[in-house]
Design a protein around this ligand. Structure first.
Ligand code: G6P
Length: 608
């Protein structure tokens, strides 16, 4: 979703801002803009479409200046046009604002301003912010922003500059992430660290209802009530190279290939092979209550939700805990009634998904305890949960999540194993599980080595406009995730279904033009899956089977076979999802799609 980047310092701002915007491209956007203080005035340029369009425009200009703000916009209020692109300005054209989030009372504020004679040039809620800051400004920009945020409802991450306050950027946040970056030759702020990781790894995560005033040599963080705050500086572990393609044609492919490493990183330092018990330092603060927990609710969105669905089966297999999984956007509207000692586990790559955040806040209000599995260190979910586990998977840039899914599964299984070992799971079962976990990175590598075969399968079927993905038990959420991946990046219509439900509807769709991907490892569901695909075959539907290595029984019923190494049933999703990811990737590539930034999608969905 929208991205913000700003800089004030000794260097030229324009290349830093444009470079930062490019690092944020993955969040999804449809227009972009930049404002740089040049001499005594602010030069603001905006354009529709990709950042290269903005670059074309500003390359012809001088735009010299050492401070500025920039933005990528993902349209919410008003179409993606140039006049709706950020930065927005006020009546005096002295204040320039970039903003992420939604100002919920903008319409009433706008009407009031219009009655007072203020003219508006866009359909955005952000322009209201610019006007209000302009009106409130009496020489102190931070105060003007402070007064303005007291009048607005909704969410914002914003950065503001004023022509009469050279050398100063004011940023403020409520609900939309903002990170401040510190370096010897200037200060940065951005909606995520990838925009500035090239220049600094020293960051401070701004919290809700806080403002920061950034200058070349100093910065001040304060509350909405003007109390100054001291914050510890965090060092981010991401490197600039993590956000580079490294020879891969797309981030999605690079991230699929990173999975042996990211699954290893999810386990690093967390396995005790002899005891068959994982060690998870992040949950120590709640351990005594957690070990007695009998009711766990996993909340998440998108791919993270499907990881949660696999997690439920793993918890049911390894522990005595009742587990529910719910899409976060629905969960918060339920009439919640938690038994004592209920834990809510939020799964989120970004740690900023608005629905997931809203769900945990609601659950907290109702007395539940909060845990998180999050990739972005210092993100809102990581701060608002009592304890949790980081993925340590590095930045995921491709909008369609891949490496985080397998990393989330690994961590969910470690958590289930840890709790199970403190319940009824035996030492032998624990040791066996850890041994199998340790084999995963190599086994993933083996699946990846079939990429050419999977690409050939994609070549054969990529023109089919409807696909079905089927699985049972552990493989059912993999089928859903496989269908989601295909939809997201190739725009092919795909349905993920519990194989047992096939006869209750989807079977009516089967034709020779509709392939079915059957996730059917040799587990206790295998025979039932065979019956399901026989039913498809007898209706002339092509079958692509993802099954366990060495399975020779499918030659007559499956048109294509993709093998995954044998493992324990609850670990199989980590291997079986990889052919699904590759199928989606290769179909999208053959169809010439914008793989890393699919239309209409955003990496981090920070509005509800
Ligand atoms: C968006 C992304 C998905 C992601 C989902 C949840 O829809 O495009 O890839 O799975 O948000 O994001 P989270 O950061 O909470 O895991």
């Amino acid at each position: 979703m929208c991205g913000i980047v700003c800089y004030v310092g000794e260097k030229q701002a324009r290349p830093i801002l444009v470079g930062g915007l490019k690092q944020l491209e993955y969040r999804g956007y449809d227009s972009a803009g930049i404002a740089v203080l040049e001499g005594g005035s602010i030069n603001c340029q905006r354009s529709v479409g990709k950042i290269v369009e903005l670059e074309k425009k500003i390359n012809a200009l001088e735009m010299n200046g050492t401070m500025g703000i920039a933005h990528t916009r993902w349209a919410t209020h008003g179409e993606p046009t140039e006049h709706n692109a950020h930065p927005h300005t006020d009546q005096t054209r002295k204040v320039f604002v970039v903003h992420n989030g939604i100002i919920e009372n903008y319409s009433s504020l706008k009407k009031k301003l219009q009655k007072g004679g203020y003219r508006f040039y866009s359909e955005t809620d952000t322009e209201v912010l610019a006007q209000l800051i302009g009106i409130a400004f009496e020489g102190d920009l931070t105060e003007a922003v402070r007064k303005t945020i007291s009048k607005v409802e909704g969410t914002f991450g914003m950065a503001v500059i004023h022509q009469d306050v050279p050398g100063e950027i004011v940023v403020a946040r409520r609900g939309s992430p903002l990170v401040i970056g510190l370096s010897d030759d200037g200060h940065f702020a951005a909606s995520d660290v990838s925009a500035m990781v090239r220049y600094t790894n020293q960051v401070i995560h701004l919290q809700d209802n806080e403002l920061a005033t950034l200058r070349k040599d100093d910065f001040v963080i304060s509350t909405a009530r003007a109390e100054p705050i001291q914050r510890t500086i965090e060092t981010v572990e991401w490197r600039a190279e993590d956000a580079e393609l490294d020879g891969f044609p797309h981030f999605m492919l690079k991230e699929i290939y990173e999975q042996p490493e990211t699954v290893r990183n999810a386990m690093r330092g967390r396995l005790e092979p002899g005891e068959g018990v994982p060690k998870l330092g992040g949950i120590i603060p709640v351990w005594e209550e957690l070990r007695r927990c009998r009711h766990l609710v996993i909340v998440a969105c998108g791919t993270s939700y499907y990881a949660g669905c696999v997690g439920r089966y793993a918890f049911e297999k390894l522990t005595d805990i009742d587990v529910e999984v719910e899409v976060a956007s629905e969960f918060r509207y339920r009439k919640l009634n938690f038994p004592p000692n209920t834990f809510i586990l939020a799964l989120s790559q970004s740690g900023e998904t608005a629905d997931t955040l809203a769900a945990i806040r609601e659950a907290k209000r109702k007395g539940a305890r909060l845990l998180g599995i999050v990739n972005v260190v210092g993100s809102s979910i990581s701060r608002e949960t009592e304890a949790g586990i980081y993925n340590h998977a590095g930045p995921e840039i491709g909008v369609a999540s891949t490496k985080i899914f397998t990393s989330q599964l690994t961590i969910l299984i470690l958590l289930a194993l840890l709790l199970g070992r403190h319940q009824n799971l035996s030492l032998t079962e624990g040791v066996e599980a850890i041994r199998a976990l340790q084999l995963l990175p190599e086994q993933i590598q083996k699946v990846l080595s079939q990429a050419n075969h999977i690409e050939a399968v994609a070549e054969k079927y990529h023109a089919c406009q409807n696909w079905l993905f089927l699985g049972r038990k552990f493989s059912c959420p993999v089928a859903m995730e496989g269908a989601l991946k295909l939809k997201e990046v190739s725009y092919i219509h795909a349905e993920g279904y519990a194989a047992g439900e096939m006869k209750h509807g989807p079977i009516a769709l089967i034709t020779p033009e509709m392939p079915t991907v059957a996730i059917m490892p040799k587990d206790d569901m295998y025979e039932k899956m065979v019956s399901n695909i026989q039913e498809i075959k007898s209706r002339k539907g092509p079958v692509i089977a993802i099954t366990t290595e060495g399975n020779k029984e499918l030659g007559d019923i499956a048109d294509e076979i993709i093998e995954t190494p044998a493992t324990l049933d609850f670990l199989n999703p980590i291997l079986a999802v990889i052919p699904c990811q590759l199928l989606a990737y290769y179909c999208a590539n053959l169809l010439n799609r914008d793989i890393d930034k699919p239309r209409n999608l955003a990496k981090s969905v920070t509005v509800e």
